[in-house]
Structures are given as C-alpha cells and as structure tokens.
Write a new protein. Structure first.
Length: 329
C-alpha cells in the first residue's frame, strides 16, 4: 500500500522559477552535458553519510536550494532541518523504489544530451543574447517536473518512465501517460527554459492571448527539434493529430461562434489547454486544442510576415499577430 504522503501527487507541466533574471554564462560551443544530481542525491539517501551531505552542498548548492523551495517547501540548505526533511521525503518506500527505477532507466542519457545540444544550438543562433543554462536531472516524487533558477534548468525523470510503467497505471489516464515518455524530455526542457526567458505577459483568462503564447512555444520547439514528431510535441497520438488536422476549420468556427476567443472567462479558457479530451466540443476531440490552434496561427504568421523568432517572441500583441497571420482555416 502506498504511503499517504505519496498519494498527494501533483501532475502538471508546472514551471518553477525561483529567481528573476537568468545569468548563465555557458556557451553553446561545447555540447550540453547533464549534471547527474539525481544519482548523487540517491547515493546520499542510501548512505545518510554526513560527509556526503557536505559534498552535496559544495557541488550542488543551487540545485539543493531550488529543489528545496520547489518540492519540499524548504527555504535554504543551511537550515538544520533541511537534510533530515530531505532524507525523510525520499525514504518513503514507494518513492524510493520509483527513484531507483528512474536512475536505472536513465543510467545513460547521451541521446537526451544530443537533443538538448541541437535544441540549444537553434536557440543560441536565433536568440544570440539568450543565456544557456547548466542542465541537471532530479526526482520530484511525480511533483514538480521542471525547475528553473538563475543559470539552472532541471527535469524530474520520474515523470518520464513510459506509459507502461506499472506505478503510473493507478494514478494517470492514458492522455496523461502520452506525455510521460522519454521522447518528451528534450522538448519539456526547452519549453521550460523558453517560458522562463519569455514569460507569459497577456491576459490569462483570454483565450486568444493564451493560444498565441502557447503557439509561439510550440512553433519554436518544432523549429529547434525538426525531427520531433508533431504528435509528440503536443502529447498526442497520431490519431489525435489527424483528428485536429481534419477538423481544424470546425474547431476554429466553434471558438468564434461560442464567443470564446475574446470573452475573459478563466474557466472557459482553461478547458482549451487541459490534457483531458475536449468533450465540450465532441467526444472524439483530444485535449489541448488551444495549443494546437495557436501553433497553426503562428505557423501562418511566420510564413506571411517573415518574422524572425526573436521578433516573434518580443511581439506580445496577440490580436495583431492573428490579423497579420491571415489565419482562415
């Protein structure tokens, strides 16, 4: 039986930014290397050795700080209760077994490093002043899957164990499992960093604003990772993607006729970005239709205007982007 504390699982594509501006000084001249904080923390959890505790602080002080704030609600690794609480959290039997399975499955990550190298090369070329972060991996207990701090980017690999992983079956729906695979790691890393560099500045309860922002992120990811299947980028099956392509006109028409595009209604807007099936339209529709339509608008906008990626991200006028795109599916 899974302990009660572990049952309080949060599943989201949440992004935690623990500080303001990023100040990384890495360059893209060398390949991206993932620092395996997850493995070294696991060694400490198994040993409880206070000497390792000091070594962790010396080597991974910022990562411990971000992890503590983002997952454990702890303010600083200098707090005398920090490491006892850290040990207590990760010693929960089911979480510890998940941790072990995760670092076993992700013992080698050269494919992920290659994908990140390709993706950040694109970002560095098109956003010359963008900082390139130090990249880490962590385990969150199926909680915060992307952590961002000054010069730091980390992802929780226990959220990407594959849709057939036994523990997932009791907690997640199939539409959620579609995003919990190895192929989602690189785009989620890049999306986390892009969202920290270019945070959403529109009206959160207005569908058009949200669609344009999500569409920008999806567009940049598709350009940075050209070999990534569009379905994987959206967390869709191929059947989901085909349905959207076939019904693009009717989706757009429904948004307009129901006056959802501009009406500032948080509940209505949010349902266009949920992963659950879009039953408010039809039982066959997949979730996250707002991101899908937003991506199509941005694709059209870039073709019509010849805008650069950097200019695209600096343009926060969603209405002008829609008009310039001449989007009429």
């Amino acid at each position: 039986m899974i302990a009660k504390t572990f049952l309080t699982i949060l599943f989201s594509a949440a992004l935690l930014s623990c500080t303001g501006q990023n100040t990384a000084t890495n360059t893209i001249a060398t390949p991206i290397h993932i620092q395996r904080f997850d493995k070294e923390l696991f060694d400490f959890i198994n040993s409880g050795d206070t000497m390792q505790q000091q070594e962790l602080k010396q080597t991974y002080l910022q990562m411990l700080d971000v992890l503590g704030k983002g997952i454990l609600n702890l303010q600083t690794p200098d707090d005398p209760n920090f490491f006892p609480k850290l040990l207590s959290f990760y010693s929960e039997p089911t979480l510890k077994e998940l941790y072990k399975d995760a670092i076993t499955q992700y013992d080698t990550v050269s494919d992920i490093e290659e994908g990140l190298t390709e993706g950040f090369a694109y970002l560095h070329t098109n956003f010359p002043t963008m900082q390139i972060p130090a990249v880490y991996m962590h385990i969150s207990g199926l909680n915060q899957n992307v952590l961002v701090g000054d010069s730091l980017l980390s992802i929780s690999i226990d959220k990407y164990m594959g849709k057939d992983y036994p523990l997932y079956q009791d907690f997640f729906y199939n539409f959620q499992l579609q995003k919990m695979q190895r192929s989602n790691i690189v785009p989620d890393y890049l999306a986390g960093w892009l969202m920290s560099e270019y945070p959403f500045v529109g009206k959160d309860n207005v569908l058009l604003d949200r669609m344009i922002y999500e569409g920008k992120i999806k567009y940049l990811l598709s350009q940075a990772l050209p070999n990534l299947a569009p379905a994987d980028l959206l967390g869709y099956t191929e059947q989901n993607l085909e349905w959207c392509q076939k019904h693009e006109e009717s989706i757009w028409k429904a948004m307009i006729e129901r006056k959802h595009l501009y009406t500032p209604d948080h509940m209505t807007t949010s349902m266009y970005f949920e992963d659950s099936p879009s039953t408010y339209l039809t039982n066959e529709a997949p979730g996250n239709l707002g991101s899908w339509i937003g991506w199509q608008i941005i694709n059209k906008y870039m073709k019509e205007t010849g805008s650069t990626p950097e200019a695209l991200m600096q343009n926060n006028d969603a209405q002008s982007i829609l008009e310039a795109s001449k989007y009429k599916p």
